[in-house]
Design a protein around this ligand. Structure first.
Ligand code: PGA
Length: 267
């Protein structure tokens, strides 16, 4: 593997979680503009991988565009069912996502945990469903402000990840996203030191539940109010391998600038 993430060998990943924004027509315009902007800037996709996570109804459009124009942009779903088929009204199967060439799927985002009551066990089952269908799960973990006060910085994300990784298939890739709930959409990111501390603890969980090799290879992202102005600080940390970006991923120029953080690492 190309050594892009410093000495770690992990290729940094900048992932844009669109949440419930942009319809299928808007998604085409957005991905086209993103690809042009990055191409104009001569972005080296082998050095920093780029992925977008549109709503389900956009995925076919994004797939068609990416395939037709051979764009170096990966895409994924924002969730999937723990089941592959059956009487689960409103759910989306990993089989369907795989059929649309989705490389990734976000699992256990705090908004799913909060508004849909997803438990750690269900998230483990979803992780297993992703692996069963050959999709790389991006498993989100993170503490609330109350958790932080009661349990300190890493206890809750560590225990969430320990359960979720129970669903992992041996030898298959996992991406972890540390997203403190208090930092999501708040404009108040964690400090890079806080992110590093928790990401290091999460890497230790990967080593414990999977193995050392998996821990060394697994990309751990930080998410929560990431912007072009703060990404470089996070990316300087040895255990932060990228970012899961919400609000700022909906602005082409801002998102492109986050992707191009290596240009402002010195800042
Ligand atoms: P934010 O969202 O960048 O808008 O804080 C991050 C996320 O929820 O993944």
């Amino acid at each position: 593997m190309a050594v892009a993430g410093g000495t770690t060998g992990r290729i940094p990943l900048i992932a844009g979680n669109w949440k419930m924004n942009l319809d299928h027509l808007q998604s085409i315009a957005f991905v086209q503009k993103l690809a042009w902007t990055l191409k104009d800037a001569r972005h080296d996709f082998a050095k920093v991988e780029v992925a977008v996570f549109p709503p389900f109804t956009d995925l076919r459009s994004v797939q068609t565009l990416v395939n037709a124009d051979d764009l170096p942009i990966a895409f994924g779903g924002q969730d999937l069912s723990e089941f592959d088929s059956g009487a689960y009204t409103g759910e989306i199967s990993g089989q369907f996502l795989k059929a649309l060439d989705t490389k990734y799927v976000i699992i256990g985002h705090s908004e799913r945990r909060q508004y849909h009551g997803e438990s750690d066990e269900q998230i483990a089952a979803k992780l297993a469903a992703a692996h069963r269908n050959g999709i790389v799960p991006i498993v989100c973990v993170g503490e609330t402000a109350a958790d932080l006060e009661t349990h300190g910085p890493s206890a809750v994300p560590v225990s969430q990840l320990r359960v979720a990784l129970g669903g992992a298939a041996k030898g298959q890739e996992v991406v972890v996203a540390y997203e403190p709930v208090w930092a999501i959409g708040s404009g108040q990111p964690a400090t890079s030191e806080q992110a590093q501390q928790v990401c290091a603890a999460l890497r230790a969980v990967v080593a414990e539940v999977l193995d050392d090799e998996a821990a060394a290879a697994t990309r751990i992202l930080y998410g929560g109010s990431v912007k072009a102005a703060n990404i470089a600080g996070f990316m300087r940390e040895p255990d932060v391998d990228g970012a899961l970006v919400g609000g700022a991923s909906l602005l082409v120029d801002e998102f492109s600038s986050i992707v191009r953080y290596q240009q402002h690492l010195g800042t």
